[in-house]
Design a protein around this ligand. Structure first.
Ligand code: ZN
Length: 388
């Protein structure tokens, strides 16, 4: 018999399912069996058509009215070059206290930890707290047929948890050091300026679009757009690509194009940024008599969960289980919490994420058990905090 905890064994079983997006690869079937055993009602929700089809799972336990939710994703990113791995990415081997495999950090062990926490909590809780689990198979790819649609479905069915923890691996150096209470938004632009082509020796007979393009890009060239606020650092903008329609040195090009990306905080919306830049582009275009075209793409709005009951209970649970004082931060890329914020207050908290998406992704097995204890502690604190 193995002396590994339930949480570690469940993490191993999940890692052994090669669920690279969009494959579910048995992960949701496995969770459904485990969850049904402890009394959860499971609903499988398939969204999308054909090759975009994604399998998701919503599970619910208890009556409420107090209602706590956990969220996570069972999909993982591809392994990269298999030969580079020291450990088979889908064997879930344990060596020197570490569990290795794709998804060990991001975020199958996190899911295993909250399932284990609920089992532990159930044995001692006398409350009627309702627990729901929001589990998606589409976080690492486009995130179109995953949490976003699951949240729409919950809203339509009038399911509103009081708060939610996403089990993303937010810890940085040691477990408990970091909670994410928000994320920045992302806005990309592709800007094309059209001037008049001509001979470089006769610039008066041409209109060079590169000069105009550079003037248009001036306010967003490797710069900070604001001073940040209570939860966020400054919004940043970077030009990521430049090209023209000319490939030789004696022709003034007809077109010049730039691509750029803005990572923005809650001081802006994509609409205010687009409006500001389009006004600026128009002024320059009028002055230099050129035309321009801008194409925008934004798949993430910024959000912040105000420090409050959720972050306070979580920080207390972390402190009680580890002695660590957790910091609130909003760094990193985007995550599914950006959808859950439309449903209830949400924070992300989980294992040490240093090796996420890397070769030989790993987590300490002791950390998985500590995380389960933190989540269980959090549930008891939530029980105690709720008035019946
Ligand atoms: Zn993740």
């Amino acid at each position: 018999m193995s002396d590994l905890s339930y949480a570690v064994q469940l993490a191993q079983k999940l890692i052994r399912c090669p669920s690279i997006t969009p494959e579910e690869a048995g992960t949701l079937d496995l969770l459904e069996v485990e969850l049904t055993q402890v009394g959860f009602n499971c609903t499988r929700l398939v969204f999308g058509e054909g090759k975009d089809k994604i399998d998701n799972l919503y599970a619910e336990l208890g009556e409420g009215p107090a209602h706590f939710a956990f969220a996570g994703h069972v999909d993982v990113v591809p392994v990269g070059r298999l030969a580079d791995w020291q450990f088979d990415p889908f064997q879930a081997e344990i060596k020197d206290g570490f569990l290795y495999g794709r998804g060990a950090a991001d975020m199958k062990s996190g899911i295993a930890a909250f399932v284990s926490a609920i089992r532990q909590w159930q044995e001692s809780s006398k409350k009627q707290t309702k627990i729901s689990l929001i589990i998606t198979g589409d976080e690492e790819a486009d995130a179109i047929n995953g949490t976003s649609k699951l949240i729409d479905w919950m809203r339509q069915n009038d399911i509103f948890p009081d708060m939610c923890i996403v089990a993303e691996p937010t810890s940085q150096i040691r477990i408990g050091d970091n909670i994410r209470n928000g994320r920045r938004g992302s806005l990309s632009g592709s800007l094309t300026v059209t001037g008049q082509q001509g001979h470089v020796a006769y610039p008066d007979l041409a209109r060079n679009p590169t000069l105009t393009l550079m003037k248009m890009l001036a306010p967003i060239t490797s710069t900070k757009l604001d001073g940040g606020n209570a939860y966020f650092g400054p919004s940043t903008a970077e030009v990521t690509g430049l090209s023209t329609s000319s490939s030789i040195t004696n022709v003034i090009p007809l077109n010049a194009n730039a691509m750029f990306n803005i990572r923005f905080n809650t001081e802006h919306t994509k609409e205010t940024l687009q409006g500001w830049l389009e006004d600026h582009f128009k002024r320059i275009a009028t002055k230099y008599e050129v035309r321009f075209e801008i194409k925008w793409k934004s798949n993430a709005a910024p959000f912040a969960t105000e420090a409050g009951k959720l972050t306070e209970l979580l920080r207390k649970a972390i402190k009680a289980q580890t002695g660590v004082i957790a910091e609130l931060s909003t760094t990193g890329g985007t995550s599914d919490a950006r959808f859950i914020t439309n449903l209830c207050p949400v924070a992300e908290f989980g294992l040490v994420g240093k090796t996420m998406h890397q070769i030989d992704e790993k987590v300490l097995i002791d950390d998985i058990d500590i995380l389960a204890n933190i989540y269980e502690d959090m549930l008891h604190r939530f029980d105690a905090n709720h008035e019946y």
